[in-house]
Ligand binder design. Structure first.
Ligand code: MG
Length: 245
């Protein structure tokens, strides 16, 4: 969305990403399909979610590397497929998530690939996930994010042109650009320490996203710095803050 600044220059207004979907509401839960639906209903730009791959190659949506005592990357899908989320939903596969995202339209799918203990598991996760996104024709609807530099590099290789954002906060924008990434998705404390990275990223044609920003003053500071996206557990509050301007 474009907004006119005080000096009449067009700039992109900060957009809202719901962290683990919009989960802090009736009937929802983090990383549930309901949280994705609620994000779309709330009219935010994007809905973030976390993906790991099972030992037998099924990408599933879950924040932690384990679920109810089962380590995902060493478990068979059959052994975890019936586990329930706190809202009663069954553990979603990435494919179920993508199918729902496609049906909903509008909301951007902010797909975090979690670091895995074995690098080989990260590599096969990237291949399987990129293949699923292609299978459902969602290349333009997915932004990839990861704390793992290995995963980010594999994504740049396996999905040329797809937006890939690095999360870990320890690499300057210039280096991200050289690596072929779309931008920096960093903790707000990193941008507080390096506010110049926001401007540098913009000048390099990269985008900035900041997580997980639930404090109004911090939201406002980042909006004033003109970051492209803010990832928050309070997407409705952030949206209202942006609409007040
Ligand atoms: Mg995440």
């Amino acid at each position: 969305m474009l907004a006119v600044g005080s000096c009449g220059i067009l700039f992109a207004q900060t957009r809202v990403i719901a962290h683990r979907g919009y989960w802090d509401c009736e009937g929802s839960a983090q990383n549930s399909i309901t949280a994705l639906v609620k994000s779309a209903e709330a009219g935010v730009y994007g809905s973030e979610f976390d993906v790991s791959i099972t030992a037998d190659g099924v990408p599933v949506v879950n924040h932690d590397d384990d679920i109810q005592g089962h380590v995902i990357e060493t478990s068979r899908y059959a052994d975890i497929k019936d586990l329930k989320l706190p809202n009663g939903e069954t553990l979603p596969t990435l494919e179920q998530y993508l199918v729902k995202g496609k049906e909903l339209g509008g909301v951007q799918l902010i797909l975090e690939i979690k670091p895995h203990k074995e690098e080989a598991n990260e590599d096969r996760a990237v291949k399987a996930i990129v293949a699923l996104v292609r299978k459902h024709g969602l290349e333009k609807r997915v932004d990839y994010i990861s704390f793992s530099m290995n995963i980010c590099k594999e994504l740049v290789k396996e999905a040329p042109g797809a937006p890939v954002y690095y999360l870990n906060g320890d690499v300057a924008p210039e280096e991200l650009k050289k690596l072929g990434m779309a931008g920096a998705d960093y903790h707000y404390k990193v941008f507080k320490k390096h506010p110049e990275w926001i401007k540098e990223a913009r000048e390099l044609g990269l985008k900035t996203n900041s997580w997980t920003v639930d404090d109004t003053d911090m939201m406002q500071w980042l909006i004033d710095q003109k970051v492209d996206f803010i990832t928050t557990d309070k997407p409705v509050e952030l949206k209202q803050l942006l609409e007040k301007k």
